[in-house]
Design a protein around this ligand. Sequence first.
Ligand code: GSH
Length: 219
Amino acid sequence: MITIHHLNNSRSQRVLWLLEELEVPYEVKRYQRTKRLQAPDELKQVHPLGKSPVLTDGGRTIAETGTIVEYILDRYGNGRLMPEHGTEAYWQARHFLHYAEGSAMPPLLMTLVLGRIPEEAPFFLKPLLKATLGKAQSAFVRPQLDLHIAHWEDALKGAGWFAGDAFSVADVMMSFPVEAAAQRVGYDNHPLLRDFLRRIHDRPAFRQGLKRGGPYDYA
Ligand SMILES: N[C@@H](CCC(=O)N[C@@H](CS)C(=O)NCC(=O)O)C(=O)O
């Protein structure tokens, strides 16, 4: 039986959603973030990085969302949620499967970190840090984020999914950066991304995944 080691309010939610879409039975072991929003040390007993998600299945332990998702599709997918091998849609799905964590998340994480540094600094440094890091944010990070968001909106033209004309693993993987950017940037000028979020939130498997994973700020 698969166990997902799930940190509350995290990108691990995608894995629960995928398993619900595929109707694969699984257990959830929940972990709570510390006051500083980090994973508890207990997770390091499951995998040395101590990050979530981690999947355990029999004697096997797998970390990193993209690998976990590939493992689940490979072992339990029976061809579902992945476009036909070798087609354009297939390579588009592979692109988004890797891109979600490899390229889309770093500028979002940077936004989070740059915003948090002044909050945690001594009071007399806050204004200086806010001004300096705010500039770095608007000069370097925000243009990158805008570039990425334009790529997402463009990908949704057509059928409204990230790969081909049907819902796939690409949509599951991309949901986390899309949710995170909705909070940090907003989609006033991106109707396809707004519609994408509405449609995934309506999926019964998405809602069931939320029940199993617990409160999730991103949806
Ligand atoms: N790229 C990794 C990122 C893993 C990761 O950073 N997970 C976050 C959850 S959103 C985490 O465990 N954060 C807590 C911490 O770093 O202590 C993946 O997709 O699995």
